[in-house]
Design a protein around this ligand. Structure first.
Ligand SMILES: Nc1nc2c(ncn2[C@@H]2O[C@H](COP(=O)(O)OP(=O)(O)OP(=O)(O)O)[C@@H](O)[C@H]2O)c(=O)[nH]1
Ligand SMILES: [Mg+2]
Length: 227
């Protein structure tokens, strides 16, 4: 295990950031779990990489960002500035980023665009890894239009598909990974975090092998050891 990897989890308020972290680390979230808006929290996890090594990860859960537009857009500008400043301080200190949105709420995807620009501004040549998580919250308090039979109607599905496509294209353009997850299913959360741990922990330095063979060669060719 090398140095602790620092990962910040960010995105619009109520998209499931805390639910994702709690489920990943404690596995204790069900649809009836009540979660309160986050101010700031830190979780520590040990995450296995693709190479089978374990890495210690410090995960920063942040306060949700207000939507950029719409009825709930930044009413309290002081609060918004404080949140943005906090987020920016963190962005400079961390190397892994988990950006969460709900594909049924396109405004939550829009929130990620300036966030990514801030990450780029603050990375300062540092190697970073970014994952985008589409977490669809299907609770009744979301603005889904449902059919009389209880099923989700076409417009809601079209919104989801369109958001997922937009996010997919953006992720490809910006060299980020995009995953569809469900905070209620822990198994769906593992791959993005394994990817981050793998990408952020460099493989062991292999340069010592050629050096060792060079040393052996030079010893056997020393004139005073030749028979
Ligand atoms: N059914 C369902 N509910 C979810 C899911 N993810 C989150 N929720 C619920 O949605 C609500 C908001 O989730 P949070 O995890 O608190 O969202 P957040 O992004 O941390 O919100 P802030 O801390 O305010 O930014 C909670 O009541 C969760 O239980 C999901 O995938 N499915
Ligand atoms: Mg939260």
């Amino acid at each position: 295990m090398g140095k602790t990897l620092r990962v910040v989890v960010s995105g619009m308020a109520g998209v499931g950031k805390t639910a994702i972290l709690e489920q990943l680390i404690h596995g204790n979230i069900t649809p009836s779990t009540e979660l309160y808006p986050t101010i700031e929290d830190i979780y520590v996890a040990s995450v296995e990489t693709d190479r089978g090594t374990r890495e210690k990860m410090r995960l920063y859960d942040t306060a949700g960002l207000p939507p950029l537009s719409g009825p709930n857009a930044a009413v309290n500008s002081v609060q918004q500035q404080q949140q943005q400043q906090l987020a920016k301080q963190l962005l400079g200190l961390t190397e892994g980023y988990v950006l969460v949105y709900d594909p049924a709420r396109p405004e939550s995807f829009e929130c990620l665009l300036p966030l990514k620009r801030d990450i780029d501004k603050n990375r300062d040549k540092k190697e970073v890894a970014i994952v985008i998580l589409a977490n669809r919250i299907k609770s009744s308090n979301t603005n889904y239009s449902t059919s009389p039979g209880g099923g989700v109607t076409a417009p809601a599905n079209m919104t989801v598909t369109s958001s997922l496509n937009k996010a997919n294209n953006w992720a490809v353009r910006e060299h980020m990974k995009h995953y569809e997850v469900n905070a209620m299913e822990r198994a769906s959360l593992l791959e993005p975090f394994v990817y981050l741990a793998t990408k952020l922990s460099p493989p062991p330095n292999k340069s010592s092998f050629p050096q060792l063979s060079m040393v052996r060669k030079s010893i056997s060719s020393r004139p005073d050891t030749a028979s």
